[in-house]
Design a protein around this ligand. Sequence first.
Ligand SMILES: [Zn+2]
Length: 645
Amino acid sequence: MCEKENKKRYYITTAIAYASGKPHIGNTYEIIMADAIARYKRMRGYDVFFQTGTDEHGKKVEEKAKEAKMNPQAYVDQQTAVIKEIWDLMNTSYDKFVRTTDSYHKKQVQKIFEKLYDQGDIYKSEYEGWYCTPCESFWTDGQLKDGKCPDCEREVHKAKEESYFFRMSKYADQLIEHIEKHPEFIQPESRKNEMINNFLKPGLQDLCVSRTSFKWGVPVTFDEKHVIYVWIDALSNYITGLGFDCGGNHGDLYNKYWPADLHLIGKDIVRFHTIYWPILLLALNIPLPKQVFGHPWMLFGEEKISKSRGNVMYADDLVKFFGVDAIRYFVLNEMPFAQDGSITWQLVIERINSDLANVYGNLVNRTVSMVNKYFGGTLNDKREYEALDEELKQFALEIVRRVDLKMDGLRVADALEAIFELLRRCNKYIDETLPWTLAKDETKTDRLNTVLYNLLEGIRIATVLIEPFMPETAKNVFEQINTEQKSYDSVLSWGNYEISNKVTEKPAALFARIDAETKLEEVQQYLEAKVPKKMRFKDEVSIDDFAKLDIRIGKVSECKKHPKADKLLVLKVKCGTDERQIVSGIAEKYSPEQLVGKKVAFIANLAPITLRGQESKGMILTAEDEDGTLETITVSEVEDGAVVK
Ligand SMILES: [Zn+2]
């Protein structure tokens, strides 16, 4: 067997995103974290399969599609495109994007349901609970809020619905045993205890796995008024995406990658993934995933900016101002292992300045500039060592090990922090060695050469490690220092930077320092412009005020251009037995011929004025929108002389 086939496999998934709206940055965190893990594993030599996708069925989608006057499939096609666009914008390297409306998925979900029914794990019964008619939802006693619907706070009544149920309790003991035997199965550990003590030990109720209250879902083949509910439909994506076949004729990907190494999910859906999903797999006699990690949430912090829009932040807006890698860095760095993180525009700017510009950008820029200035861009192999060098080397190699340990434990923020410790250590090494002082002393040339080599090597190692987190930045740095030594193996020992390589002559700043005040103002203006403008009306008037105006319909009998003003037309307007001249500023929109014969609304009792030598008795009414499109108010049936009120 060749070495390639012996590679260790790693199958990582995100939860599938619900296709009912644009994901904000909090909902985008998960795919970025999964991407960093997937890229890291690939770098470590694993054969990785990375799957994400969308959950596209259910009542909410059905309703939203109806609101948008679209059929549900067209609606989810549109929503999924929006989600995919953001995943792609964030440079995530997923191998498969699964959709629960994929025909293969739907077919397998139906087969799974049939199989479970045939083997007696699913049975038909009645669901009884508190029903809210407007919400079309059942609630349990515990869910009611002061005896009323927790969603709309209306009255509820006892009702029954025919449903299929899954015998969860049958597999509970088997699952408890599995969880206890595999302490790594549920992460973080606090969630494991919660699942066992709060849900499994008190006894599981049978799970309602079908619905009749909406149609947009996968129908139960043998009872078509039922659609299969989210538990079986959505969770199965992790196997159907790989080509799982309920009849046993699995696709290659399934044979190769299942069981999953990691389901990365939000902490709010840990129960579904560590109780419902494994029990479903146990019933199907399929091996369980190795690990489920419920990550904390990225919350929106308090800030003054953009109140009108709320403080919801979107990846595309953030990227517009700061670039993809800065945002990847921010969310990965800011989210601790088990506690929620938070994001504000201000915080993003602070982090870019303090970490990316000052630490990483500054180190690369100073080093490359000095290599150019003192050695014309290429170092040589003459060395003069000091104890400090060994310390830097050992520190770097220690960081390589630490990053690996942290990534194994899914402590992504800690891994990233460790890499920045190395970058900070390199900056400190510059302060300790003072290269610009060495440069003044001719006898110190070899020492200077050694110092700069160590800096390039430190940058190289940190950049290899940082690539899974910030791929484009790493590419940029590799180009600036001009190295081909980008593999993980190349950072397991010190000294692999190619001595004879020439660094770039014109180093560009990796991350520019941002002036917070100016940038926040720019952001504010941009966000305000995205909010639909509030309609503003003039001050209130009384009906008597309005009644003072005599608005009539008049028929344009003659019309010509004003002899002295391009913008004005001079109209003869017939109004019953009256005929008068009105000057109107509509020459840019209408030619005189277009108006003759039209019946237009005008103010008949406006005090007469003279406009560039022509008398005007009244005013033609027009409407003008925001784009500057202008029209006269015209009628067709009503005769001239008619009153407008
Ligand atoms: Zn309700």
